[in-house]
Design a protein around this ligand. Structure first.
Ligand code: UD1
Length: 341
């Protein structure tokens, strides 16, 4: 019998890619999403890639009765929780919205895991490291006080999971700390589809290249880095999605060494904002209209992962080059253009 994995936020950018990889690895996936920050484009793309319809439940994880009913309806072996708000700036302006949504939904999931016995994978972020003293960061690098409510919710949810695992023998958990996920599925049928003006670099690049945005602003030219722009660990979305398959397998096959484990999911190689832009121009042949702008508040200068724990314990490694990844992001933007989106 295949095991069933619930993917909350499964119609979103990361959730849709994880759904594809899990299904292709032989798991049954139930997608649940309230479509607060996406439409059905990615869900339809997932079904097209897989050649079948997957169960889709339109629901809000803040509704504890709906969550209970979902767990009644399906026998869930593991849950991967993506259903959360993720805009750093908005979280500063509307902290209660972020705390209510991101914390309540996860508490409801943990409560089901406690009652029924379930493995929980939490989608955390490198944001928990703040501005690290040095990179690469390992999982032992101390977390820094968060500079935004969004970052705070990531730290708090990690702690909710850690404490739940400690208190309830029925719960096991893994937190994956993502660095900067970018790109799209090679089929160009699923990808990142931000509502409104994108906050993140790569959707802004592709939207500028296609003509949806007039100009890309590169935030800051005077950082203490080789070319003056920030350094990040850009991780391909399909590579990142595959890490979830390894993590779920580790939980379901009883291979965890601790009941709560944390893994960095990154490439281990930093790239500057300008290097990323140059690579995009090289692989697509599109000249980007960009200029320098002042630093963006809250940005860290440089952060990249030491992914050796995930390499060793999960048997996972990033494989795709930035060039391949940016090509895929561009193919996805062109696909959206054809769809008129
Ligand atoms: C942010 C979040 C991170 C989250 C990630 C999702 C923080 C501090 N950061 O990371 O938690 O997981 O998004 O992908 O919480 N840039 C420009 N012009 C733009 C947009 C971005 O120059 O129009 C630059 C930024 O200044 C930054 C780099 O590109 O140096 C990457 O920015 P972005 O894609 O927004 O990701 P992060 O801020 O690193």
């Amino acid at each position: 019998m295949p095991k069933t994995v619930l993917v909350s936020g499964g119609a979103g950018f990361i959730g849709s890619h994880v759904t594809v990889e899990l299904t292709q690895a032989g798991y049954d996936v139930v997608i649940a999403d309230n479509f607060s920050n996406c439409d059905e484009t990615n869900y339809r793309g997932v079904c097209q890639i897989l050649g079948k319809e997957l169960p889709l439940v339109n629901m809000d994880f803040c509704d504890s009765e709906a969550v209970d009913a979902l767990f009644d309806r399906f026998h869930i072996d593991a849950v991967i929780h993506f259903a959360a708000f993720k805009a750093v700036g908005e979280s500063v302006a509307e902290p209660i919205k972020y705390y209510r949504n991101n914390l309540t939904s996860f508490i409801n999931i943990l409560d089901q895991a406690r009652k029924r016995g379930c493995n929980v994978l939490f989608s955390s972020s490198a944001t928990v490291y703040g501005e690290p003293e040095k990179s690469p960061v390992t999982e032992q690098t101390p977390r820094q006080p968060s500079t935004s409510p969004y970052g705070n919710t990531k730290q708090m949810c990690e702690d909710f999971l850690r404490d739940s695992v400690k208190a309830y023998p029925t719960v096991k958990g893994i937190a994956l700390r993502y660095f900067n996920p970018i790109g799209a599925h090679p089929s160009a049928l699923i990808g990142e589809l931000p509502r409104g003006v994108p906050n993140n670099l790569v959707p802004f690049i592709t939207q500028t290249a296609i003509g949806k945005r007039a100009q890309l602003k590169v935030f800051g030219s005077d950082y203490p880095t080789p070319d003056g722009t920030c350094l990040r660990d850009f991780i391909d979305i399909v590579d990142l999605a595959k890490a979830h398959v390894y993590a779920v397998r580790r939980m379901l096959d009883g291979k965890m060494e601790q009941p709560y484990e944390i893994f960095n999911i990154g490439t281990g190689t930093p790239l500057s904002v300008l290097e990323l832009i140059n690579t995009f121009e090289e692989v697509t042949g599109v000249k980007l209209n960009w200029e320098f702008a002042p630093r963006r508040a809250g940005d860290v200068t440089a952060i990249w992962a030491d992914p050796s724990l995930a390499n060793e314990k999960l048997g996972w490694k990033a494989t795709r080059s930035a060039a391949e990844t940016l090509k895929a992001a561009w193919a996805w933007e062109c696909h959206l253009h054809e769809l008129g989106l």
